[in-house]
Design a protein around this ligand. Structure first.
Ligand SMILES: C[S@@+](CC[C@H](N)C(=O)[O-])C[C@H]1O[C@@H](n2cnc3c(N)ncnc32)[C@H](O)[C@@H]1O
Length: 232
């Protein structure tokens, strides 16, 4: 990890913090987007081809926290996994009310890379579950991989809530299971800013990769972080 990468990601998170404060001041909810499988593949699977991604997930339970509109778009990780028989769940509290697919959500989805419009009648909705990240509907040690794209650290920056969420992740993850997050700061910055969280995750193995994309609203210069729960 290079110093300029850490500095750039710190700046990206300052911008995100300012956006978040603006949203809160205006009492606006978190925007729900639908980044496509292509985005998840590049970010979370190091650009591996689709067949390799899917074969790495065969017989695993995968949960996408803060899945947004992805269960409703043809090109999403949710739908690609469903079509291939991967045991993949989307979790988002907004699913309780049914997404309304407002114009702003659609526009933001397209702006962040969705190549198809959300449709309410997409199959597989039994695995699109309304829940909060800190209260997941899964048994202890029953999940192999947790993904979370553009929620934790970006929209949820409160340390108390992050600790509750990662405590819940630790409960549901199998030993040796992974958490993959994007975007994140460099881990030294995470440890400085969230000391209680760093303590909670001290036994996890942390690795990070720096990413920078052409569209800064979707891929600003930040890190993707992989946390591996130690085998006991
Ligand atoms: C910016 S969207 C990201 C959607 C998708 N992962 C993507 O990258 O396009 C963040 C989503 O997180 C959801 N969310 C907000 N608070 C949450 C919480 N406490 N637990 C789970 N999801 C939450 C929001 O409803 C929103 O749909």
């Amino acid at each position: 990890m290079l110093r300029y990468q850490v500095a750039l990601s710190d700046i990206s998170f300052k911008v995100m913090g300012a956006n978040l404060r603006l949203f809160k001041a205006m009492h606006l909810p978190v925007i729900s987007t639908a980044r496509p499988f292509e985005f998840y593949r590049k970010v979370f699977f190091e650009d591996a081809c689709q067949a390799d991604v899917l074969s790495s997930l065969a017989s695993k339970r995968v949960v996408d926290i803060g899945c947004g509109l992805t269960p409703f778009t043809e090109d999403s990780m949710f739908q690609v996994c469903r079509r291939s028989g991967v045991d993949f769940y989307g979790i988002d509290p907004k699913l309780a009310d049914g997404f309304k697919f407002g114009l702003f959500d659609r526009l933001k989805s397209v702006a962040t890379g969705a190549t198809s419009m959300p449709r309410a009648d997409m199959p597989g909705q039994e695995k699109a579950i309304a829940a909060f990240a800190d209260n997941l509907p899964f048994a202890d040690q029953s999940v192999d991989l947790i993904l979370s794209c553009w929620l934790l650290f970006a929209w949820i920056q409160d340390e108390t809530l992050l600790v509750l969420i990662f405590t819940e992740f630790d409960r549901v993850l199998v030993p040796g299971g992974h958490i993959s997050l994007f975007p994140t700061m460099g881990w030294p910055s995470v440890e400085r800013r969230y000391p209680s969280l760093a303590k909670l995750l001290a036994s996890y193995q942390v690795s990070q990769r720096f990413l920078v994309g052409v569209n800064p609203s979707s891929m600003p210069p930040t890190f993707v972080t992989r946390l591996v729960k130690y085998l006991i």
